[in-house]
Ligand binder design. Structure first.
Ligand SMILES: [Zn+2]
Ligand SMILES: [Zn+2]
Length: 364
């Protein structure tokens, strides 16, 4: 048992409070990681405000750090390794075994249930159990995670930058590279130029899509989208999006990705596809009414949900680090650093659009 500092979420919608809490050491298949930095992802705000994990909890699910200690059966990392923490999965179910751990049959339980896989807690505060989030709870100076969630990364890369590869950036880029897989010379429209959408744009540039169209309502975001590889940008407040996309592509895109979770935007995305087009949705989206005949069936279109970019983190995250190193995936342009103690400011800036991807740095 060690004492750590962690940002505790006490109840629904309450601000983070940094407190001293206790963390149990790693069990045989777990790893203790000294957290260097952690990204702030939209799902953390959802968990703070909507209670998808039982309170009180320590949130945070884009941790990056250095392995401090490993359990007896851990084989893939050793103390001193630089690692990124990603989502939890069981490794045994059909979807895990066929290379789709983001669709693990017990994904919700392992990532949002508040407990580790053996059903016990690792975090407590004066005897009171605290929920673990995404199997890691990286809003703390140390975290314990199952080996499966721990991804070894190139020690030459700037570790403080890498945490968001564990979720938000993996989601955007993976949805393009692992799920939609646009062909060379193909076309894609990306709705929403936040951290997830901009990551998707960089990934689309890697695949050399002929048309990479960014749609957003803020010109500054669209400027950045261009810098990161968008061939065309559309401000949805100023232009008719469907008409503009059909004009640019002579009939519509082959692929689309919605990161906004806004129902009318999803309809735009669907309707700006050409026949046989595929739309992936990755935002938390409420009810949506669509005309199944016109919007899907009659044009052979597909709308699919994608979680965590359908990635196998141990394979995909090191690839993203390589693309970054080669200058083909400059995700550092999305990042704004904050001290851990300014966690509430980081969330506020993210909400207000002042920061695309806040990263909290821990004192070393
Ligand atoms: Zn599984
Ligand atoms: Zn996330």
């Amino acid at each position: 048992m060690i004492k750590i500092k962690a940002a505790v979420t006490q109840g629904q919608g309450e601000p983070f409070k940094i407190e001293e809490v206790e963390l149990e050491g790693p069990k045989s298949d777990e790893v203790l990681v000294k957290i260097v930095a952690t990204g702030v992802c939209h799902t953390d705000a959802v968990a703070r405000d909507q209670g998808i994990t039982p309170y009180p909890a320590v949130l945070g699910h884009e941790g990056a750090g250095i392995v401090e200690q490993v359990g007896d059966s851990v084989e893939t990392v050793k103390p001193g390794d630089h690692v990124v923490l990603s989502f939890a999965y069981c490794g045994h179910c059909e979807n895990c075994l066929t290379g789709h751990p983001a669709y693990c049959m017990v994904f919700n339980e392992l990532n949002f249930g508040g407990r580790m896989r053996d059903n016990s807690h690792r975090l407590s505060r004066q005897g009171e159990k605290l929920s673990t989030f995404f199997g890691q709870s990286s809003f703390g100076t140390y975290a314990v995670a199952n080996e499966r969630s721990v991804v070894k990364v190139d020690p030459e890369a700037d570790l403080a930058l890498l945490g968001p590869l564990g979720c938000g950036i993996q989601t955007g880029s993976g949805t393009v590279l692992n799920a939609l897989k646009p062909e060379f010379g193909s076309s894609i429209a990306i709705f929403g130029a936040g951290a997830v959408g901009l990551s998707a744009i960089m990934a689309a540039a890697i695949t050399e899509c002929r048309y990479i169209i960014a749609v957003d309502i803020h010109d500054s975001r669209l400027e950045l989208a261009k810098e990161l590889g968008a061939t065309h940008v559309i401000n949805g407040r100023k232009e008719d999006v469907i008409e503009a996309i059909r004009g640019i592509t002579r009939g519509g895109t082959r692929y689309a990705l919605d990161t906004t979770g806004v129902p009318p935007v999803i309809l735009q995305a669907l309707r700006s596809l050409k026949p046989l087009g595929r739309l992936a949705v990755v935002g938390v989206t409420p009810d949506l009414t669509l005309n199944v005949h016109e919007d899907l069936m009659a044009e052979g279109k597909t709308m699919t949900g994608v979680i965590e970019g359908d990635a196998v983190p141990q394979i995909f995250i090191p690839q993203l680090v390589e693309y970054y190193r080669d200058g083909r995936f400059p995700f550092d342009k999305l990042v704004k650093f904050y001290d851990f103690e300014d966690i509430n400011q980081g969330f506020e800036d993210s909400k207000q659009g002042h920061a695309i991807k806040p990263i909290l740095k821990f004192p070393s």
